[in-house]
Design a protein around this ligand. Structure first.
Ligand SMILES: Cc1cc2nc3c(=O)[nH]c(=O)nc-3n(C[C@H](O)[C@H](O)[C@H](O)COP(=O)(O)OP(=O)(O)OC[C@H]3O[C@@H](n4cnc5c(N)ncnc54)[C@H](O)[C@@H]3O)c2cc1C
Length: 460
């Protein structure tokens, strides 16, 4: 819905946030997110960059009074185009970037929504603490965006996703009221869990302005173990053995043979000629605990591996994760574009999900590859495209729909962690019971009766 409200809007909103922080000439970098690789672009009539939670409340109130849509933007690293509006106000949270408090003795921190994930982790580490959520674009993604998407990442296998780490929220609710939900109290069952409802709501229920975070003492040691298997079947059998070993790894990841073909050149270990599959595990904890888990995992992976790389020094361990973080870029670089999804299935269906997702690509005549968070059954399959070829992009869209059907058939979900955004609208109604979908809509309407908060996103 482009409201076509033009330049007057920037003038009015500039009186709330300062003239320098409201503009109707929206820089192009604010109109893309990680879906640039599938050619998605957004639109906005005005960009507003409030400097405080009170200013956010005033902006939302101003918009609500005048029926202007508001799309909240965090770091713009989302994979579902949720931060890309089609008009109205684009509300960037970048200036809300203060760590309000860190209390290491109580393992907790309060950070404003625009603090980057990397900074949260860094501040925690400086105090001997650990914030385990690491969704992969640390230097850009915001803690508010992580909460709004209920972000995950490799270490969610042991530590859980964002929802486990958010104890409270400060949030602007329609029609423009600043409210605190939860806080420093670690247990609270006095009402419905509104904090957990807001986490993962993708900007459709309110604008998060600050987050109360749980932290834990930092693990003393972290050991990655990277094992190459001959094929998918052997790789999935190895994953099953890790589960059965009794070790509780922090991360349990997979990369299929095609992914290794694209990203193998920079892999920090000598690669066999035709690597068929790889499993990346991390053992962590107190020194003795991590060392014991590492030994156990190296044992179970070595049983049937072509090669195993299990460094114990910090520099080599970091090199493994640096390489893993670059995998998505290496895939995009193959053809300049990719459509990638993040279906999740029960972990016992992982092998089927990977094999069938690649078969879907083949059926649509598209090069494809798959990697993801094996332990959580979270399958990131990517279809590689030339963005200039619209027929090919259309094929890839169709392939994504087949992936969603596959996820449902295997008892899973169309999104494990990236969210619905603007790309997966309408999928939930094929996944949930009609009554549940109805409640989903009713909750949204209760929070946002005028339908102005991120209107095109997270549609059931
Ligand atoms: C290389 C790479 C790897 C990635 N790997 C992972 C991964 O392993 N796991 C994972 O979960 N994600 C991953 N992501 C996706 C992305 O980093 C996460 O979804 C992240 O949480 C998005 O945060 P953001 O601040 O960039 O949000 P944005 O992209 O700006 O916004 C995402 C959504 O949240 C809403 N939003 C943002 N801030 C607020 C706020 N303050 N209040 C209300 N709503 C808000 C937006 O409206 C939008 O709907 C990856 C991305 C990249 C580029």
């Amino acid at each position: 819905v482009s409201v076509g409200i033009g330049a007057g809007l920037a003038g009015d909103l500039g009186r709330i946030v300062g003239a320098d922080h409201a503009t109707d000439v929206v820089p192009s970098e604010y109109l893309v997110d990680a879906t640039y690789s599938r050619g998605v672009r957004g639109q906005a009539d005005v960009l507003v960059r409030p400097g405080s939670a009170d200013e956010v409340a005033e902006v939302v109130a101003w918009c609500y009074e005048r029926d202007v849509p508001v799309v909240t933007r965090g770091g713009g690293t989302g994979y579902a185009a949720g931060a890309l509006g089609t008009g109205g106000v684009l509300l960037s949270m970048e200036r809300l970037d203060r760590v309000r408090s860190i209390e290491p003795e109580w393992w907790r921190m309060v950070a404003e929504a625009g603090v980057t994930t990397g900074r949260v982790r860094h501040v925690a580490r400086e105090h001997g603490l650990y914030f385990p959520v690491n969704p992969g674009a640390l230097e850009q993604s915001h803690i508010g965006g992580n909460a709004a998407t209920n972000a995950g990442g490799p270490h969610s296998f042991r530590y859980g996703v964002m929802r486990q780490w958010v104890q409270g929220l400060e949030v602007v609710l329609a029609p423009g009221e600043l409210v605190q939900l939860g806080g420093h109290t670690r247990k609270d069952v006095a009402g419905y869990d509104l904090v957990r409802l807001l986490v993962g709501s993708e900007g459709t229920l309110g604008v998060i302005t600050a987050v109360w975070l749980r932290l834990i003492p930092a693990p003393e040691a972290r050991y990655p173990i990277l094992a190459v298997q001959r094929d998918l079947e052997a790789g999935c059998a190895a994953i099953e053995r890790v589960y059965a070993s009794g070790a509780q790894p922090a991360a349990l990841e997979y990369l299929d043979g095609e992914t290794l073909r694209y990203a193998g050149a920079t892999m920090p270990m000598p690669l066999p000629d035709h690597p068929g599959f790889a499993v990346l595990v991390e053992a962590d904890g107190l020194q003795a605990e991590a060392a014991a888990a590492r030994e156990l995992i190296v044992d179970v992976l070595s049983e049937d591996a072509v090669a195993v790389h299990a460094p114990t020094d910090t520099a080599s361990a970091e090199a493994v994760w640096r390489w893993r973080e670059g995998v998505a870029l290496a895939i995009t670089a193959q053809r300049g574009g990719k459509l990638s999804e993040d279906i999740a299935v029960p972990v016992d269906r992982l092998q089927e999900a990977i094999a069938e997702s690649i078969a879907i690509g083949t059926r649509h005549g598209l090069p494809s590859c798959s990697f993801g968070h094996a332990g959580d059954g979270n399958v990131h399959t990517a279809f590689l495209v030339d963005l200039a070829d619209t027929a090919e992009v259309g094929q890839a869209e169709a392939a994504c729909h087949d992936l969603f059907d596959l996820a449902r058939r295997l008892g899973g979900t169309v999104s494990g962690e990236h969210g619905v955004g603007r790309l997966k609208g309408g999928q939930l109604r094929h996944q949930w019971a009609p009554r549940a979908v109805e409640l989903h809509g009713a909750i949204r309407a209760t929070f946002d009766p005028k339908g102005l908060l991120n209107p095109g996103a997270k549609l059931a």
